[in-house]
Design a protein around this ligand. Structure first.
Ligand code: EZ4
Ligand code: CO
Length: 412
Protein backbone atom coordinates (compact mmCIF):
# COMPACT_ATOMS: atom_id res chain seq x y z
CA UNK A 1 0.00 0.00 0.00
CA UNK A 2 1.60 3.25 -1.18
CA UNK A 3 1.04 6.83 -0.15
CA UNK A 4 -0.69 8.57 -3.04
CA UNK A 5 -0.82 12.11 -1.74
CA UNK A 6 -0.53 14.33 1.32
CA UNK A 7 -2.65 17.47 1.66
CA UNK A 8 -2.23 20.24 4.19
CA UNK A 9 -5.40 21.81 5.58
CA UNK A 10 -5.13 25.03 7.60
CA UNK A 11 -8.46 25.91 9.19
CA UNK A 12 -9.73 28.11 11.98
CA UNK A 13 -12.90 26.73 13.56
CA UNK A 14 -12.67 28.84 16.71
CA UNK A 15 -8.84 28.83 16.54
CA UNK A 16 -6.16 27.86 14.01
CA UNK A 17 -5.17 24.27 13.25
CA UNK A 18 -2.75 22.60 10.82
CA UNK A 19 -4.03 19.21 9.67
CA UNK A 20 -2.29 16.74 7.37
CA UNK A 21 -4.39 14.35 5.34
CA UNK A 22 -2.57 11.37 3.82
CA UNK A 23 -4.35 9.28 1.17
CA UNK A 24 -3.11 5.85 0.02
CA UNK A 25 -3.46 4.25 -3.42
CA UNK A 26 -6.12 1.99 -1.83
CA UNK A 27 -8.11 5.08 -0.85
CA UNK A 28 -7.40 4.84 2.90
CA UNK A 29 -7.20 8.25 4.55
CA UNK A 30 -5.29 9.15 7.73
CA UNK A 31 -5.07 12.43 9.64
CA UNK A 32 -2.28 14.02 11.63
CA UNK A 33 -2.02 17.21 13.72
CA UNK A 34 0.86 19.67 13.14
CA UNK A 35 -0.57 22.75 14.86
CA UNK A 36 2.07 25.12 16.28
CA UNK A 37 0.30 27.89 18.16
CA UNK A 38 0.94 31.34 16.65
CA UNK A 39 3.37 29.86 14.05
CA UNK A 40 0.92 27.66 12.13
CA UNK A 41 1.89 28.85 8.66
CA UNK A 42 5.53 27.83 9.12
CA UNK A 43 4.53 24.18 9.68
CA UNK A 44 2.03 24.31 6.79
CA UNK A 45 4.73 25.65 4.47
CA UNK A 46 7.32 23.09 5.68
CA UNK A 47 4.84 20.30 5.01
CA UNK A 48 3.61 21.61 1.67
CA UNK A 49 6.97 22.61 0.27
CA UNK A 50 9.33 20.02 1.67
CA UNK A 51 7.52 16.97 3.04
CA UNK A 52 4.37 16.25 1.03
CA UNK A 53 6.34 15.92 -2.27
CA UNK A 54 8.58 13.26 -0.65
CA UNK A 55 5.73 11.12 0.62
CA UNK A 56 4.01 10.16 -2.64
CA UNK A 57 5.04 6.65 -3.64
CA UNK A 58 6.39 5.63 -0.21
CA UNK A 59 5.17 2.49 1.59
CA UNK A 60 2.35 3.72 3.85
CA UNK A 61 3.13 0.97 6.40
CA UNK A 62 6.82 1.85 6.83
CA UNK A 63 6.24 4.30 9.69
CA UNK A 64 9.62 3.95 11.42
CA UNK A 65 11.51 4.28 8.15
CA UNK A 66 9.52 7.36 7.14
CA UNK A 67 10.17 8.90 10.57
CA UNK A 68 13.94 8.39 10.22
CA UNK A 69 13.86 9.49 6.57
CA UNK A 70 12.28 12.82 7.55
CA UNK A 71 14.32 13.31 10.75
CA UNK A 72 17.81 12.15 9.79
CA UNK A 73 17.34 12.48 6.06
CA UNK A 74 16.39 16.14 6.32
CA UNK A 75 19.83 17.02 7.78
CA UNK A 76 18.32 19.85 9.91
CA UNK A 77 17.27 18.15 13.11
CA UNK A 78 14.94 19.02 15.97
CA UNK A 79 13.04 22.28 16.42
CA UNK A 80 9.31 22.87 16.83
CA UNK A 81 8.50 23.40 13.13
CA UNK A 82 10.32 20.28 11.92
CA UNK A 83 9.04 18.09 14.74
CA UNK A 84 5.40 19.27 14.36
CA UNK A 85 5.61 18.45 10.65
CA UNK A 86 7.06 14.98 11.35
CA UNK A 87 4.39 14.49 14.03
CA UNK A 88 1.64 15.19 11.50
CA UNK A 89 3.03 12.58 9.08
CA UNK A 90 3.67 9.99 11.80
CA UNK A 91 0.19 10.35 13.33
CA UNK A 92 -1.54 10.14 9.94
CA UNK A 93 0.40 6.95 9.09
CA UNK A 94 -0.55 5.32 12.42
CA UNK A 95 -4.19 6.27 11.73
CA UNK A 96 -3.93 4.55 8.34
CA UNK A 97 -2.21 1.44 9.71
CA UNK A 98 -4.87 0.99 12.40
CA UNK A 99 -7.71 1.54 9.91
CA UNK A 100 -6.23 -1.10 7.61
CA UNK A 101 -5.85 -3.48 10.57
CA UNK A 102 -9.46 -2.77 11.55
CA UNK A 103 -8.36 -1.95 15.11
CA UNK A 104 -8.45 1.10 17.35
CA UNK A 105 -4.90 2.48 17.40
CA UNK A 106 -4.28 1.61 21.06
CA UNK A 107 -4.54 -2.08 20.19
CA UNK A 108 -1.64 -1.79 17.72
CA UNK A 109 0.43 0.05 20.32
CA UNK A 110 0.17 -2.83 22.78
CA UNK A 111 -3.38 -2.76 24.11
CA UNK A 112 -4.97 -1.06 27.10
CA UNK A 113 -3.13 -0.88 30.42
CA UNK A 114 -6.04 0.94 32.09
CA UNK A 115 -9.73 1.75 31.63
CA UNK A 116 -9.22 5.42 30.83
CA UNK A 117 -6.59 8.16 30.95
CA UNK A 118 -6.85 10.37 34.03
CA UNK A 119 -7.10 13.99 32.84
CA UNK A 120 -6.82 17.40 34.43
CA UNK A 121 -8.91 20.41 33.53
CA UNK A 122 -8.14 24.12 33.88
CA UNK A 123 -9.90 26.04 36.61
CA UNK A 124 -9.13 29.73 36.87
CA UNK A 125 -10.51 33.00 38.16
CA UNK A 126 -9.48 36.60 38.62
CA UNK A 127 -10.12 36.18 42.34
CA UNK A 128 -10.94 33.38 44.80
CA UNK A 129 -14.77 33.41 44.39
CA UNK A 130 -14.42 33.20 40.59
CA UNK A 131 -11.84 30.44 40.94
CA UNK A 132 -14.10 28.47 43.31
CA UNK A 133 -16.97 28.69 40.79
CA UNK A 134 -14.67 27.29 38.14
CA UNK A 135 -13.43 24.47 40.42
CA UNK A 136 -17.04 23.58 41.32
CA UNK A 137 -17.95 23.46 37.64
CA UNK A 138 -15.06 21.09 36.94
CA UNK A 139 -15.98 18.86 39.89
CA UNK A 140 -19.59 18.74 38.67
CA UNK A 141 -18.33 17.60 35.26
CA UNK A 142 -16.41 14.77 36.89
CA UNK A 143 -12.84 16.08 36.88
CA UNK A 144 -10.65 14.58 39.59
CA UNK A 145 -7.55 16.61 38.82
CA UNK A 146 -7.59 20.37 38.29
CA UNK A 147 -4.99 22.98 37.35
CA UNK A 148 -5.36 26.13 39.45
CA UNK A 149 -4.44 29.57 38.02
CA UNK A 150 -5.61 32.94 39.36
CA UNK A 151 -5.21 36.63 38.88
CA UNK A 152 -2.55 38.36 41.00
CA UNK A 153 -3.52 41.45 43.00
CA UNK A 154 -2.14 44.50 41.21
CA UNK A 155 -1.91 42.86 37.76
CA UNK A 156 -4.61 43.60 35.17
CA UNK A 157 -4.59 40.25 33.41
CA UNK A 158 -2.63 37.05 33.90
CA UNK A 159 -1.95 34.43 31.23
CA UNK A 160 -3.94 31.24 31.68
CA UNK A 161 -6.78 32.91 33.56
CA UNK A 162 -10.16 32.98 31.82
CA UNK A 163 -11.99 36.23 31.30
CA UNK A 164 -15.63 36.38 30.25
CA UNK A 165 -14.61 37.62 26.77
CA UNK A 166 -12.09 34.77 26.30
CA UNK A 167 -14.75 32.26 27.28
CA UNK A 168 -16.79 33.27 24.25
CA UNK A 169 -14.08 32.26 21.72
CA UNK A 170 -15.60 29.83 19.24
CA UNK A 171 -19.09 30.40 20.61
CA UNK A 172 -18.44 28.06 23.51
CA UNK A 173 -19.98 28.95 26.84
CA UNK A 174 -17.50 26.85 28.83
CA UNK A 175 -15.48 28.73 31.40
CA UNK A 176 -12.00 28.21 30.00
CA UNK A 177 -9.36 30.36 28.39
CA UNK A 178 -7.91 30.21 24.89
CA UNK A 179 -4.10 30.56 24.79
CA UNK A 180 -3.92 32.56 21.53
CA UNK A 181 -5.93 35.64 20.63
CA UNK A 182 -6.91 36.66 17.12
CA UNK A 183 -5.28 39.99 16.38
CA UNK A 184 -2.71 41.64 14.12
CA UNK A 185 -0.24 41.89 17.00
CA UNK A 186 0.25 39.85 20.17
CA UNK A 187 -1.49 41.19 23.28
CA UNK A 188 0.92 42.50 25.93
CA UNK A 189 0.53 41.64 29.61
CA UNK A 190 2.51 42.86 32.59
CA UNK A 191 4.06 40.67 35.23
CA UNK A 192 5.31 41.06 38.82
CA UNK A 193 7.11 38.00 40.19
CA UNK A 194 7.20 39.10 43.84
CA UNK A 195 3.45 39.77 43.88
CA UNK A 196 2.89 36.35 42.28
CA UNK A 197 5.10 34.49 44.78
CA UNK A 198 3.32 36.16 47.70
CA UNK A 199 -0.11 35.35 46.34
CA UNK A 200 -0.01 31.75 45.06
CA UNK A 201 0.37 29.88 48.40
CA UNK A 202 -2.69 31.67 49.79
CA UNK A 203 -4.69 30.51 46.75
CA UNK A 204 -3.76 26.86 47.33
CA UNK A 205 -4.49 27.16 51.03
CA UNK A 206 -7.97 28.47 50.19
CA UNK A 207 -8.60 25.72 47.62
CA UNK A 208 -7.50 22.91 49.97
CA UNK A 209 -9.61 24.20 52.85
CA UNK A 210 -12.68 24.57 50.60
CA UNK A 211 -12.37 21.38 48.52
CA UNK A 212 -10.38 18.99 50.74
CA UNK A 213 -7.33 16.80 50.30
CA UNK A 214 -8.60 14.24 47.80
CA UNK A 215 -8.64 16.28 44.59
CA UNK A 216 -5.36 16.42 42.61
CA UNK A 217 -4.16 20.01 42.19
CA UNK A 218 -1.68 21.28 39.60
CA UNK A 219 -0.12 24.66 38.85
CA UNK A 220 1.72 26.12 35.83
CA UNK A 221 4.39 28.79 36.41
CA UNK A 222 4.90 29.30 32.63
CA UNK A 223 8.73 29.50 32.73
CA UNK A 224 8.62 32.78 34.61
CA UNK A 225 10.92 32.20 37.58
CA UNK A 226 14.64 32.15 38.31
CA UNK A 227 15.93 28.92 39.90
CA UNK A 228 15.88 30.32 43.41
CA UNK A 229 12.41 31.84 42.99
CA UNK A 230 11.19 28.50 41.64
CA UNK A 231 12.72 26.70 44.62
CA UNK A 232 10.94 29.10 46.96
CA UNK A 233 7.60 28.53 45.22
CA UNK A 234 8.00 24.74 45.33
CA UNK A 235 8.78 24.91 49.04
CA UNK A 236 5.92 27.25 49.84
CA UNK A 237 3.46 24.93 48.06
CA UNK A 238 4.59 21.73 49.82
CA UNK A 239 1.82 21.88 52.48
CA UNK A 240 -0.81 21.72 49.70
CA UNK A 241 0.49 18.46 48.19
CA UNK A 242 0.49 19.37 44.50
CA UNK A 243 0.28 16.69 41.82
CA UNK A 244 2.85 18.81 39.99
CA UNK A 245 4.35 22.23 39.52
CA UNK A 246 4.88 22.92 35.82
CA UNK A 247 7.51 24.91 33.88
CA UNK A 248 8.95 26.68 36.90
CA UNK A 249 12.00 27.99 35.02
CA UNK A 250 12.71 28.60 31.33
CA UNK A 251 13.51 25.21 29.92
CA UNK A 252 16.69 26.14 28.06
CA UNK A 253 18.98 25.96 31.10
CA UNK A 254 18.25 22.48 32.33
CA UNK A 255 20.71 22.68 35.24
CA UNK A 256 18.30 25.16 36.87
CA UNK A 257 15.99 22.27 37.71
CA UNK A 258 18.71 20.80 39.94
CA UNK A 259 18.54 23.92 42.12
CA UNK A 260 14.80 23.61 42.37
CA UNK A 261 15.10 19.89 43.20
CA UNK A 262 17.59 20.57 45.98
CA UNK A 263 15.02 22.67 47.80
CA UNK A 264 11.64 21.06 47.30
CA UNK A 265 9.78 17.77 47.14
CA UNK A 266 6.96 19.28 45.04
CA UNK A 267 6.89 17.14 41.86
CA UNK A 268 8.11 18.91 38.72
CA UNK A 269 6.70 18.72 35.18
CA UNK A 270 8.38 20.22 32.15
CA UNK A 271 8.63 19.98 28.37
CA UNK A 272 5.61 21.43 26.55
CA UNK A 273 8.14 23.36 24.43
CA UNK A 274 10.54 20.38 24.04
CA UNK A 275 10.40 18.39 20.85
CA UNK A 276 12.84 15.46 20.95
CA UNK A 277 14.16 12.77 23.29
CA UNK A 278 17.45 14.67 23.36
CA UNK A 279 15.75 17.54 25.20
CA UNK A 280 14.95 15.08 27.99
CA UNK A 281 18.08 12.93 28.12
CA UNK A 282 19.80 14.94 30.86
CA UNK A 283 16.70 15.86 32.85
CA UNK A 284 15.51 12.27 32.99
CA UNK A 285 18.84 10.52 33.58
CA UNK A 286 19.71 13.01 36.34
CA UNK A 287 16.21 12.52 37.78
CA UNK A 288 15.49 16.24 37.82
CA UNK A 289 11.85 15.94 36.69
CA UNK A 290 8.82 13.77 37.42
CA UNK A 291 6.61 14.31 34.36
CA UNK A 292 7.22 14.66 30.61
CA UNK A 293 5.00 17.37 29.06
CA UNK A 294 5.64 16.94 25.32
CA UNK A 295 2.50 16.35 23.28
CA UNK A 296 2.49 14.01 20.29
CA UNK A 297 1.76 17.04 18.08
CA UNK A 298 5.00 18.87 18.93
CA UNK A 299 7.48 16.08 19.47
CA UNK A 300 7.56 14.04 16.29
CA UNK A 301 4.41 11.98 16.70
CA UNK A 302 3.46 8.72 18.35
CA UNK A 303 6.70 6.98 17.31
CA UNK A 304 8.97 9.43 19.09
CA UNK A 305 6.84 10.25 22.15
CA UNK A 306 6.62 6.51 22.78
CA UNK A 307 10.41 6.40 22.63
CA UNK A 308 10.72 9.26 25.14
CA UNK A 309 8.30 7.53 27.51
CA UNK A 310 10.07 4.16 27.30
CA UNK A 311 13.30 5.94 28.21
CA UNK A 312 11.53 7.84 31.02
CA UNK A 313 10.20 4.55 32.43
CA UNK A 314 13.76 3.52 33.41
CA UNK A 315 13.72 6.41 35.90
CA UNK A 316 10.09 6.21 37.10
CA UNK A 317 9.28 9.39 35.20
CA UNK A 318 5.70 9.51 33.94
CA UNK A 319 3.77 11.10 31.10
CA UNK A 320 1.81 14.34 31.43
CA UNK A 321 1.20 15.27 27.81
CA UNK A 322 0.30 18.83 26.87
CA UNK A 323 -3.36 19.07 25.87
CA UNK A 324 -4.49 22.68 25.44
CA UNK A 325 -6.98 23.76 22.77
CA UNK A 326 -4.06 24.35 20.38
CA UNK A 327 -3.45 20.61 20.21
CA UNK A 328 -6.22 19.62 17.78
CA UNK A 329 -8.74 16.84 18.50
CA UNK A 330 -6.50 14.66 16.27
CA UNK A 331 -3.52 15.26 18.59
CA UNK A 332 -5.72 14.64 21.61
CA UNK A 333 -7.10 11.40 20.13
CA UNK A 334 -3.52 10.22 19.52
CA UNK A 335 -2.67 11.07 23.15
CA UNK A 336 -5.68 9.10 24.41
CA UNK A 337 -4.62 6.02 22.43
CA UNK A 338 -0.98 6.16 23.54
CA UNK A 339 -1.91 7.10 27.12
CA UNK A 340 -4.20 4.09 27.43
CA UNK A 341 -1.25 1.83 26.59
CA UNK A 342 1.76 3.39 28.39
CA UNK A 343 2.69 1.64 31.60
CA UNK A 344 4.20 4.90 32.88
CA UNK A 345 1.21 7.05 31.98
CA UNK A 346 0.73 9.80 34.58
CA UNK A 347 -1.98 12.25 33.58
CA UNK A 348 -3.29 13.96 30.42
CA UNK A 349 -4.06 17.68 30.14
CA UNK A 350 -7.56 18.20 28.77
CA UNK A 351 -8.92 21.57 27.72
CA UNK A 352 -12.29 21.06 26.04
CA UNK A 353 -12.36 22.22 22.40
CA UNK A 354 -15.02 24.64 21.23
CA UNK A 355 -18.20 23.37 19.58
CA UNK A 356 -16.98 24.67 16.19
CA UNK A 357 -13.71 22.77 16.55
CA UNK A 358 -15.48 19.55 17.50
CA UNK A 359 -17.88 19.84 14.54
CA UNK A 360 -14.97 20.10 12.09
CA UNK A 361 -12.82 17.33 13.59
CA UNK A 362 -15.52 14.87 14.70
CA UNK A 363 -13.63 13.32 17.62
CA UNK A 364 -15.07 10.11 19.08
CA UNK A 365 -13.02 9.78 22.29
CA UNK A 366 -15.10 10.08 25.44
CA UNK A 367 -14.66 11.85 28.75
CA UNK A 368 -16.21 10.12 31.77
CA UNK A 369 -15.28 9.48 35.41
CA UNK A 370 -12.49 12.05 35.22
CA UNK A 371 -10.76 10.35 32.32
CA UNK A 372 -10.54 10.08 28.54
CA UNK A 373 -10.99 6.89 26.59
CA UNK A 374 -10.44 6.55 22.85
CA UNK A 375 -13.29 5.06 20.85
CA UNK A 376 -13.30 1.50 19.55
CA UNK A 377 -13.37 2.64 15.92
CA UNK A 378 -10.51 1.50 13.70
CA UNK A 379 -7.76 4.15 13.60
CA UNK A 380 -7.69 7.31 15.70
CA UNK A 381 -11.47 7.76 15.71
CA UNK A 382 -11.57 11.10 13.91
CA UNK A 383 -14.22 12.17 11.36
CA UNK A 384 -12.71 15.25 9.79
CA UNK A 385 -15.19 17.35 7.77
CA UNK A 386 -13.14 18.98 5.02
CA UNK A 387 -16.02 21.00 3.55
CA UNK A 388 -16.83 22.47 6.92
CA UNK A 389 -13.13 23.17 7.63
CA UNK A 390 -12.96 25.16 4.36
CA UNK A 391 -15.58 27.53 5.78
CA UNK A 392 -13.13 28.64 8.48
CA UNK A 393 -10.06 30.17 6.83
CA UNK A 394 -6.88 30.96 8.81
CA UNK A 395 -7.00 34.07 10.99
CA UNK A 396 -3.85 35.61 12.40
CA UNK A 397 -3.58 34.89 16.14
CA UNK A 398 -0.79 35.10 18.68
CA UNK A 399 0.11 34.08 22.21
CA UNK A 400 0.52 37.17 24.41
CA UNK A 401 3.87 38.80 25.16
CA UNK A 402 4.70 39.22 28.83
CA UNK A 403 6.52 42.28 30.21
CA UNK A 404 7.96 43.01 33.65
CA UNK A 405 6.89 46.20 35.43
CA UNK A 406 9.94 48.06 34.00
CA UNK A 407 8.85 47.12 30.47
CA UNK A 408 11.40 44.33 29.85
CA UNK A 409 10.10 41.42 27.79
CA UNK A 410 9.84 38.44 30.11
CA UNK A 411 9.35 34.68 29.85
CA UNK A 412 5.81 33.50 30.14
O1 EZ4 B 1 0.85 28.01 27.05
O2 EZ4 B 1 -0.93 25.91 24.81
O3 EZ4 B 1 0.02 23.94 30.07
N1 EZ4 B 1 -0.50 24.56 29.21
C1 EZ4 B 1 -0.03 25.69 28.73
C2 EZ4 B 1 -0.71 26.28 27.53
C3 EZ4 B 1 0.33 26.81 26.57
C4 EZ4 B 1 -0.23 27.03 25.20
C5 EZ4 B 1 0.90 27.31 24.22
O4 EZ4 B 1 0.47 27.15 22.94
O5 EZ4 B 1 0.92 26.21 29.26
O6 EZ4 B 1 -1.59 27.30 27.87
CO1 CO C 1 1.99 24.81 30.48
Amino acid sequence: MLIERADVIVSSPGRNFVTLKITTDDGVVGYGDGTLNGRELAVASYLEGHVAPLLAGRDAHAIEDTWQYLYRGGYWRRGPVTMAAIAAVDTALWDIKAKVAGLPLYQLLGGASRQRCLVYGHASGQDIPELFDSVREHLAEGFRAIRIQTGVPGLDSVYGVASSSAASVGGDTRYDYEPARRSALPAEESWDTRAYLRHVPSVFEAVRSEFGDEIALLHDAHHRLTPIQAAKLGKSLEPYDLFWLEDVTPAENQEALRWVRHHTTTPLAIGEVFNTIWDYQYLISEQLIDYVRSPITHAGGITSVRRIMDYAALYQVKSGMHGPTDVSPIGLAAAAHLGLVLHNFGIQEYMVHSEQTREVFGPTHEFADGGLRPSEEPGLGIHFDEDLAAKYPYERAYLPVNRLLDGTVHDW
